[in-house]
Design a protein around this ligand. Structure first.
Ligand code: ACO
Length: 328
């Protein structure tokens, strides 16, 4: 049987860290409000004009080095992002060029915070069907480029960064690599979390800029309710599809959006704290980058070791949601 095995991971962050106290100076908020409602304390913020593809390429390069692979061996580069370098071409082609991955086919996935899970789903399909043997999946965002620093409801939530993972084909009878994937969407809920400006229906204009249409708009409470339900459901379905029991699960790596959403998922799975990876306090919500950054950290810290089983669960604008189960 051909399995998609994780061969290496990496992450890249901008230099600047902004704390809740720094935000207190920009918008009408407080560290106490942000920590209580979200669990976030600091986030990384890229300089204005930075390239998302630079962060992605940096994370991808580290992942390739750890996998002992050179970029020209890659068949596909899949980048999950909603804050790419430009409207077109894809951010993935810039990553391809920066890595020198001449043979690869590179493309983006616009699934917001679920982008990395969708990417894993595709990578697994390509590998299992024999279409590819080596796939680099990246989640990378410079969300602060789309943030309205005058809107306290969104400005405090997001951060920038990139995480990467290389999956390779392995012929084995062992239960290793990607054990299950699950992905869903519901476009009837798109209006609850979106960026209305700069697309075909509302091209950039003096009026659209004045209306601040080029920034993220979010109905926080609605997003919260759906996120809790869909993250919980995705977790249960992901484990069922993988044939893994709660007891066999070693680590839950949830999308890092809000500590209360994470705790609700944890409660549903009845998992102890030590089996749930949380780094949201230091990164904020990095959208598609949040799971691969957390995965890279978890491996580095020895919280995910060879032979252990992890479950990734995500939810994002669209709405999109899903999960992936991996035995490392
Ligand atoms: N600082 C201080 N007060 C604030 C802030 C802030 N940053 N933001 C909002 N408030 C105020 C509101 O104005 C409101 O005041 P009012 O009662 O006088 O009207 C009060 O706080 C309560 O606001 P709510 O929106 O009801 O606060 P809630 O407890 O719902 O928390 C939050 C808001 C944190 C945004 C929550 O709804 C949430 O986490 N939603 C999910 C958001 C999310 O995770 N989005 C991303 C998921 S998908 C993805 O990752 C792309």
């Amino acid at each position: 049987m051909i399995r998609s095995v994780l061969a290496g991971t990496g992450r890249a962050l901008p230099e600047t860290i902004i704390s809740n106290y720094d935000l207190e100076k920009i918008v009408d908020t407080s560290d106490e409000w942000i920590v209580t409602r979200t669990g976030i304390r600091t986030r990384f913020v890229a300089k204005t004009g930075s390239a998302t593809s630079d962060l992605c390429a940096q994370a991808g390069k580290i992942a390739l080095e750890r996998a002992n692979l050179s970029a020209d061996e890659l068949d596909f580069i899949i980048v999950g992002t909603v804050t790419g370098d430009m409207k077109f071409p894809s951010t993935a082609v810039y990553v391809q060029s920066k890595l020198g991955a001449k043979k690869a086919t590179a493309f983006d996935i616009a699934a917001a915070c679920t982008g990395f899970i969708y990417g894993m789903d595709l990578a697994d399909s390509f590998i299992r069907t024999g279409k590819a043997t080596k796939v680099l999946v990246i989640g990378g965002e410079i969300l602060t480029s789309m943030l309205d620093w005058e809107d306290r409801a969104t400005a405090v939530l997001f951060g920038d960064g990139a995480g990467a993972a290389v999956f390779v084909a392995e012929e084995t009878e062992e239960k290793v690599g990607i054990l299950s994937t699950y992905s869903k969407s519901d476009g009837t809920l798109a209006h609850l979390l979106y960026c209305p400006g700069c697309g075909s229906i509302n091209p950039p204009s003096v009026q659209s800029i004045a209306r601040r249409d080029h920034y993220i708009k979010m109905s926080g409470n609605e997003v919260f309710k759906h996120a809790v339900r869909m993250m919980r459901d995705s977790a249960v379905i992901g484990l069922e599809r993988a044939g893994i029991t709660m007891e066999e699960l070693d680590l839950l790596i949830p999308h890092q959006a809000n500590i209360r959403i994470i705790e609700a998922t944890q409660e549903r799975l009845k998992l102890p704290n030590e089996k749930v990876y949380v780094n949201l306090d230091r990164y904020g919500n990095t959208s598609a980058a949040s799971i691969p950054i957390a995965l890279d950290e978890a491996i580095e810290l020895g919280k995910l070791k060879k032979g252990m089983t992890a479950l990734f669960v995500a939810f994002g604008g669209g709405f999109t949601w899903g999960s992936a189960c991996l035995r490392y």
